[in-house]
Design a protein around this ligand. Structure first.
Ligand SMILES: *Cc1c(COP(=O)(O)O)cnc(C)c1O
Length: 372
């Protein structure tokens, strides 16, 4: 699904000495590379504060802790996402409220959010799924009207731009009260292990979060709040410093590959190519996900695998039907879109090293399967 080796070969001359420097200086934790990466990412995103941490799941959890959410507070998020989003809500003893998504861009549905709001609702967590930014202007309006926090799960969309109706552009993840991202190796900006970060423009929140990631310490050995231990290590920061200058180019390459897939597949019966909302840079194609209608998905997966083409089904089960997140207040009729998507989605290989020959092989294999 991804070609991390090809991408590494391209930046090896920068990455290797930088990793080596960390080892030579033995500044493995909180070294200068971490601070450098924090500054670089703040500048890239145009955000006041970046707080690096250990992974994307921690980033989400710490963001929620920083906002002071309390057990019983309701947090609305999408039913169609990776489990980490809802997991941290439940872990903090907040109440997850899963809602349906849009049939076109697969992101959280605005009407469904409105319907789910109760006096206990405290936050909304939009996920910019597969690299496509959610409808942030509408979400921010709802949040303002009901006095809710917005936590952006930006694990799949780092580098994506959001274009406001008035034309103003900002980086995704910097619009809500706080954003959380992951540097898992296969993400659009991946390190060589685990990593994550939290972003915010709020000075007080940034201060609170900097303490939380470090055992609740604001002054050495004074533990003012219950915190966690969540750090980005210096070797990962060295990798990320080497890769960040390439992120826009990486995302452009993903976009180009997506356009080539679109061209080959858009007029094929039974295939719906990914919807792009807004401008070209509003989608960074973490995944290239087709919706297939009237085609046997299991047989297609098998056929692709037999032709040495990896593919993935993200996600095969809606979160509201996962054992850990069952809730008697859910009504199947409210999850019509997610229930359909889990049966119809299939994601094709997507990475920065895809070439025309590979795309041609993948798309012709799909078309041959459909034409039987
Ligand atoms: C990857 C991912 C996460 C979690 O990131 P980790 O670094 O693996 O903890 C959270 N949310 C979404 C939508 C993701 O894709």
């Amino acid at each position: 699904m991804v070609d991390l080796k090809g991408q590494y070969n391209d930046i090896k001359d920068v990455v290797n000495p930088s990793i080596h420097e960390v080892i030579e200086t033995t500044a493995f934790i909180n070294g200068p590379k971490v601070h450098e990466f924090q500054k670089n990412l703040e500048e890239y995103l145009g955000v006041k504060h970046v707080i690096p941490c250990a992974n994307g799941t921690d980033a989400l959890q710490i963001a929620m802790m920083g906002l002071g959410l309390k057990p019983g507070d309701e947090v609305i998020t999408a039913d169609f996402t990776f489990a980490a989003t809802v997991e941290v809500i439940a872990l903090l003893q907040l109440t997850p409220v899963l809602v349906d998504v849009n049939p076109d861009d697969f992101n959280i549905n605005i009407e469904a959010i409105k319907k789910a709001i109760t006096p206990k609702t405290k936050a909304i967590v939009p996920v910019h799924l597969f690299g496509q930014c959610a409808d942030m202007e509408a979400i921010m309006n709802i949040a303002e009207e009901h006095n809710l926090f917005v936590i952006e799960d930006n694990a799949q969309a780092i580098g994506a731009t959001y274009t406001y109706k008035n034309g103003k552009k900002v980086k995704v993840g910097t619009i809500g009260d706080v954003g959380a991202t992951s540097f898992f190796p296969s993400k659009n900006l991946g390190c060589y292990g685990d990593g994550g970060a939290i972003f915010t423009n709020n000075d007080d929140l940034a201060h609170t979060i900097r303490g939380i990631v470090n055992h609740g310490m604001y002054e050495r050995y004074h533990h003012d709040v219950v915190g966690v231990n969540s750090r980005l290590d210096s070797i990962q920061a060295a990798v990320l410093n080497a890769k960040l200058p390439h992120l826009d180019r990486y995302n452009e390459r993903r976009n180009l590959a997506a356009t080539k897939y679109d061209k080959a597949l858009k007029n094929i019966d039974g295939i719906i190519t990914p919807f792009r909302s807004g401008e070209a840079d509003n989608h960074v194609f973490h995944q290239y996900t087709l919706q297939i209608k009237g085609i046997d998905r299991d047989a297609l997966v098998k056929h692709l695998n037999e032709n040495d083409i990896p593919c993935g089904v993200y996600y095969p089960i809606p979160l509201h039907r996962q054992k850990a997140y069952l809730d008697e207040r859910y009504n199947e009729a409210d999850f019509e879109v997610t229930n359909q998507l889990v049966k119809e989605v299939i994601s094709l290989p997507m990475h920065t090293e895809l070439d025309d020959e590979q795309i041609e092989h993948i798309t012709s294999t799909i078309i041959n399967f459909i034409n039987g």
